[in-house]
Design a protein around this ligand. Structure first.
Ligand code: DI6
Ligand code: FE
Length: 413
């Protein structure tokens, strides 16, 4: 019988000659040069300087990291990546003078994606979405959140969430699903927003939750979306099902959505360009993560910046994400998001890195499981052909990702 210690030093795989950025404390990258990291099963079993490798440790497989940077696998914590069709025509219309709100009010916008998503078979949705997910994965993403919200009826919301779950089965990536039934008012409920909120809260959510298709609940709290009173009814329904909430809040105007989310101990409030000081304080007190989405800011040519200084000062954890969606952020590059967070929002490269690792994990309620390199956490990591961690937010185009390990296994996509 091996002793516990011998068993613990019996590893499945070991990477040596790597430069670690553990992100294990929020003050720095947590760099360890000339390091090693060991995996047992799907977990990190040991990490530290190579010189401190315990005598007697054995690994079934040993990889030479070639001196590369090794970070936690990246986390894209806010996407609408499952959808039918695309909105390149609307992009052209906007360049010819129309605004996002005008397009939305005249039946285009989200509604045109709803029509295309309703019309698509689950397999067709899968095909279109898998292509987009693969391009995220190529840049080191190991966890991905996927929202529904382009069905707006039970059948299509179910189809989207099933497709999201299937993506997590077909590709080596962890998928968290979010039910966003309250994304827009479907034509069947025109003029009856409260009745639609009943449908979302009392019919759609109970059915989808009982089918285990929902990990969290979201809504679009906005003048062109739902009021804060309507949003609160959705949150109450989520609470009845024991599901955490998050919110599209303060994207185009201040609706008090972030403070509402904080009252419900929400995981995150997302967008936040129009966030008030009261909203910042409420998020800080509740530990709600701010998810900033520079792709949507850029694509809509928004000019009001999210209140970064106030968020920093209050100590609100800040995550960043692609918001991958056909209308306001048709992007599938989390590295580009890191660059945009720095250039557009003046976040630092360290903040951008924390935003796609440690803080993105917290935005999904997975802070104990992923997002940093620590013993016991999931062995999800990426190796990069760069000299320093800050280089990940610096480059535009060109993919420095050399290898990805997911659940302790070298990933082939
Ligand atoms: N805010 C967004 O940026 C996306 N949804 C939302 O509530 C946009 C969705 C779309 O235009 O298709
Ligand atoms: Fe979004």
């Amino acid at each position: 019988m091996p002793t516990t210690t011998e068993h613990e030093l019996n590893w499945d795989a070991l990477w040596t000659n790597v430069h670690l950025a553990t992100l294990a404390d929020a003050q720095g990258y947590g760099e360890i040069r000339d390091a090693a990291i060991a995996v047992r099963g799907s977990r990190i079993a040991w990490l530290g300087p190579r010189s401190a490798l315990p005598a007697g440790a054995r690994a079934a497989v040993e990889h030479d990291g070639g001196g590369r940077l090794l970070t936690p696998g990246l986390i894209d914590c806010h996407t609408h990546i499952v959808y039918g069709g695309n909105r390149s025509g609307e992009f052209e219309a906007r360049l010819n003078g129309a605004t996002y709100e005008e397009i939305s009010r005249s039946g285009g916008g989200i509604m045109s994606t709803v029509r295309a998503t309703r019309a698509a078979s689950e397999d067709a949705l899968m095909q279109a979405s898998l292509r987009r997910v693969r391009s995220l994965l190529a840049e080191g993403v190991t966890t991905l959140e996927i929202k529904s919200g382009y069905g707006l009826d039970l059948e299509t919301e179910r189809k989207m969430l099933r497709a999201a779950r299937r993506i997590g089965e077909q590709l080596p990536v962890r998928v968290k699903t979010t039910f966003l039934g309250a994304h827009a008012l479907p034509p069947e409920f025109a003029g009856k927003a409260d009745a639609y909120i009943d449908e979302v809260s009392d019919r759609m959510l109970p059915a989808l939750a009982s089918e285990r298709l929902v990990d969290a609940v979201d809504a679009f709290c906005e003048k062109i979306g739902f009021s804060s009173a309507q949003t609160e009814r959705v949150f109450q329904a989520a609470e009845r099902h024991g599901l955490p909430v998050k919110l599209h809040a303060e994207q185009l105007s201040d609706q008090g959505g972030a403070a509402l989310t904080a009252r419900y101990r929400g995981l995150s409030a997302d967008h936040l360009e129009y966030l008030s000081p009261e909203g910042v304080a409420a998020m800080a007190a509740a530990g709600t993560v701010a998810v900033l989405l520079p792709g949507a800011f850029y694509f809509l040519r928004e000019t009001t910046l999210p209140p970064l200084a106030a968020l920093r000062e209050a100590g609100v954890p800040i995550a960043i994400s692609t918001d991958c969606n056909p209308g306001t952020s048709p992007m599938t590059s989390l590295l580009l998001v890191m660059n945009m967070a720095c250039t557009l929002f003046r976040m630092t490269p360290l903040e951008a890195m924390l935003g796609v690792t440690r803080h993105a994990a917290a935005a999904l309620g997975l802070g104990g499981e992923i997002g940093t390199l620590e013993v016991g956490k999931a062995a999800d990591f990426a190796l990069w052909e760069v000299e320093r961690p800050g280089e990940l937010a610096y480059g535009i185009g060109g993919n420095p990702c050399g290898q990805v390990v997911f659940g302790g296994v070298v990933r082939k996509v």
